[in-house]
Ligand binder design. Structure first.
Ligand code: SF4
Length: 377
């Protein structure tokens, strides 16, 4: 199994918290799409195995015309073996999702929408400088549900001045809309973003960790009561609606990332494309791949395994660690995990190490305690 990720590096406006790669100028859109097509061709030998997921991420892929998305899909199908019924996701923003676009998308091979709602409240959307308003956030979901069953929405918690009640109202709204998949992220203040600048200047209050923790707790409680599975730290789904794309990533399956700033993984090496549209286009035009690569050591792979698996509901398989990395790694893992098992942040269950409810919000910190730092792989 393999996946293809296509990065569309354009947005209408810059959200204040965002540090992804995008440009708000669409001047180079045609050249960029031509370069994406060429990169797909140049890298057709890089993936072995059937492509089971295709993911348009960004940036804002819903800024592309249907014909442009179809052109990219045609190129994927022409250069790779694609399974009979792949999951094809489009990240879309509410302000783009008009009735007409949703109808067109429903006629295309795209079968999953991941909608960047972030909040159903005007105050939060304004603070984050999102391009849509609260009305559009709700309306686009109602419209999308008429044509798509596989829908996910993104929500952000821990936003400055977001009360617990407002976050709860966001979660309840999502549940009332009966969306099968939710991805919920804590707002993080990334370096050199407008949000960081506003906080430094006192224009916006700081992001509080304990508020985010309480929002996460409320989220887990509410979604669980509504029958959603928290199958990965940030991801909640009704049964059968897990994201195949994300799951493959957490399981360490290979994927090819096309487009500026996109990352790829082939099972042993990781690569990342240059995060600059002009440089990307120029290099691709000359037939050069605009990327850097690194080969992962056993230690790197072990650390990644721990980091990704611990965030999932299945946790870390002790047997798998022993088989994939060797007995010394397994022993090291158990030795490091013991303190967290004793404090009930981790539990042993069916030969696996799984984060408990108590430890859930601390998952990333627990992972780093299980990382191998001193030995070479
Ligand atoms: S729409 Fe998405 S990618 Fe674009 S600026 Fe906002 S958060 Fe970033």
């Amino acid at each position: 199994m393999a996946g293809i990720y296509i990065h569309i590096p354009f947005c209408k406006q810059a959200c204040h918290y965002c540090d992804f790669h995008f440009s708000t100028s669409l001047k180079k859109k045609d050249e960029l799409i031509a370069a994406l097509v060429k990169e797909i061709q140049l890298r057709k030998e890089e993936l072995t195995g059937t492509v089971e997921t295709i993911y348009f991420g960004g940036g804002t892929p819903s800024l592309l015309k249907n014909s442009e998305l179809q052109l990219l899909l045609d190129e994927v199908y022409a250069n790779f073996e694609v399974s009979e019924n792949p999951e094809i996701t489009l990240e879309a923003n509410p302000d783009d999702l008009t009735e007409k676009l949703i109808y067109q998308l429903a006629l295309s091979p795209i079968n999953r929408l991941s909608i960047g709602v972030q909040s159903f409240f005007e105050e939060d959307l304004k603070l984050m400088n999102r391009a849509h308003n609260a009305e559009e956030a709700e309306k686009c979901i109602q419209l999308a549900k008429e044509h798509f069953s596989n829908i996910s929405i993104d929500l952000i918690y821990g936003i400055p001045e977001m009360t617990h009640e407002r976050w709860l109202a966001n979660v309840e709204k999502a549940l009332a809309l009966n969306i099968p998949h939710l991805s919920c992220y804590a707002l993080t203040v990334e370096p050199k973003t407008a949000l960081e600048n506003f906080i430094k200047k006192g224009i916006v209050p700081p992001v509080e960790d304990d508020v985010a923790q309480e929002h996460h707790r409320l989220l887990v409680e509410k979604t669980e009561a509504a029958g959603y599975e928290n199958y990965e730290f940030s991801n909640f789904s009704k049964s059968d609606w897990h994201s195949k794309n994300n799951t493959a990533y957490w399981q360490g399956k290979p994927y090819l990332g096309i487009g500026p700033s996109a990352h790829s993984y082939d099972g042993g090496r990781r690569s990342w494309n240059v995060a600059n549209n002009s440089v990307y286009i120029k290099k691709i035009e000359t037939g050069e791949l605009p990327l850097e690569r690194e080969t992962l050591s056993t230690k790197d792979k072990y650390n990644e395994y721990v980091m990704t698996r611990l965030r999932t509901a299945n946790g870390i398989s002790i047997q798998e660690v022993s088989k994939a990395f060797g007995v010394p790694y397994k022993d090291y893992l158990l030795q490091q995990a013991a303190q967290h098992v004793a404090s009930e942040l981790l539990e042993h269950k069916n030969e696996r190490l799984i984060v408990t409810k108590k430890g859930k919000f601390l998952t990333d910190g627990i992972s780093s305690d299980l990382f191998l730092v001193e030995l070479q792989g």
